[in-house]
Design a protein around this ligand. Sequence first.
Ligand code: T1G
Length: 669
Amino acid sequence: MQSVTTSQDGEILVLSVNNPPVNALSWHVRQGISDGIEQGLKDDSVKAIVIRCEGQTFIAGADITEFGKPPQGPDFNAVLNTIETATKPVIAAIHGTALGGGLETTLVCHYRIAVPSAMLGVPEVKLGLLPGAGGTQRLPRLVGIEQAAVMTSLGEPISAQKALDTGLIDKLAGEDSLAADAVAFARECVAKGPRHTRDLPVKGDTSIIAKLEAENARKWKGFDAPYANLRCVAAAAENPNIEDGLKFERTEFLKLMSGSQSAAQRHMFFAERQAAKIDGLPKDTKLRDIKKVGVIGAGTMGGGITMNFLQKGIPVTIVEMVQENLDRGVGVIRKNYEASAAKGRYTSEQVEKMMGLLTPSLNLEDLADCDLVIEAVYESMDVKKEVFGKLDKICKQGAILASNTSYLDVNEIAASTSRPQDVLGMHFFSPANVMKLLEVVRGDKTADDVLATAMAIGKKIGKIAVVAGVCHGFIGNRMLSQRQIPANALLMEGASPEQIDNVFTDFGFPMGPFQMADLAGMDIGWHRDTSLEPTNVREAMCLAGRFGQKNGKGFYDYDEKRNRTPSPEALAIIEDFRSRSNMQKREISDQEIIERCLYPMVNEGYLILEEGKAQRASDIDVVWIYGYGWPVYRGGPMFWGDLEGAKKIVESLERQGVKVAESLKAKAA
Ligand code: T1G
């Protein structure tokens, strides 16, 4: 496989890497680069060597698909050593994204030139790794400890201009003349000869490391990789001899590579990309044009949904029944944008431009020429059917009619129109302008191009779209209820809200089920009839006027900053409800809480797959990581279930008396 070709421009040898789609460092690319360098060193007519890439980008890293497989081709570090020790200058010519092993390749080159639009970074931390081919030792030698610590621990790329300013690259090329500018620059470098990054001193001070750890403590809770990256950068400062630093880096890298966190995060890397694919649909399915969007309902969801489109320059007509609600909804959208602008995310011109794309209306008829209409009204089947019945008469043929329902039967909603093929669910998560997950609910009659268009528009507005089938609660909420039910039962059997929530936060969730109940508000769906006996703890809390964070008391007490503390009154209400329900309190272990709350979720995932309500197990993982705070370093419920082991899960579920999915039983067999 010829993925590296050579060409000569006078005394300059040019190695061109061509390994679509992202020029990953697959074994044959490493072989090609190694051979190319050897060729250039042997050929006396060659005075310098340029490494460049074909296609959309420079090398975007090691080939992640090769991880965990038997090694093939030359060792990456050996190839890098060939480049670094070359006796003729080697120049990296960068466009697109030079990432991970791709950036490490440029670091061993003696000089670097890039187009202004190029981005350079070491995102390995997002894969639970670190730049294990010298990146943590050579980067500080070029850009200093501070910049290297930020780039490795956060994993965000920097622009070519920033790279030039920080010494990561030597020169900017013309946006459309990289090939020629690189050869011309190589000619200039001949006289200067090779310059070895490894010999440069490490500049800067390590106080940034403690600062980064403090600033990101909440975000990095439970993660190994960010701290390992910072330990390596610190080692670069402590070890003037780069070999010692490289040895330390190698140890840390191999620890992460063999750990479950990186396996989980690599699983998620591919799962996200897989989720976008619709099985059975040709890649080139013609999409419907979405130039104008309508949103019905200017409440929290309607407003958040609208913002996603305005941010992408897509005009939105937002419809409400009452002027006051409309004004409030539009006001919240403007306030949110102004708040973001105050944080420097937008200029005031950009805010005005986005608000200029918004048309408030009290008239459903104003949606007649929309290409996509998303309904975000009160969660009642009758109300939704009435709205869709009207849309059916108003909207132009070919318009896509979507419901933001989080539970209701999309087929029944579609049946209230004469065009069920144009109807589907687009289930956003609150806050809809922030949460990345979008469940695209495929109805029995939803047309292929409608589904494909909804998935594509989801990606366009920055969401991770996942196909779900019609069932109660689709993928996410359906599994959530399988977690809530045992959590409430465990409360009745003797566990405290704090014990249960701590098991979840220790596991890596941002919060546990009872903290979530307090955040959402306990009185949602409560009948408010105080004469009735409570039928569950939630109603008992409401009867005692404990509605959650909104009134500073729920399962916990909250101060004005919403910090929670265990509440003797809440515990008394729970205790009282237990005794009224003749429930005996008993000791409950944290492990029992894990098994009773998370194993049924995994089981439900298998049932969802058996029923074809999700395309693949990894989609379920994407839903839970991007919609429900499942820790990414545990890979999602299905990935985690595999780590736990089907046999162990089935035995526990059978002990719990839970009906086990046949496919899970089969896996345990
Ligand atoms: N290896 C293998 N496949 C890759 C890949 C990689 N590094 N990067 C992308 N792909 C596949 C991807 O799965 C998809 O496949 C297709 O390419 C297009 O990707 C030693 C250990 C470069 C910014 O972490 O961030 O180097 O779904 O949909 O939106 O220190 O891909 O079409 O079949 O994302 O244009 C470090 C990972 C590796 C960068 C392009 N590098 N890639 O985004 O396309 S670890 C990374 C990205 C490493 C060394 C260490 C993005 C992108 P398919 P895409 P995109």
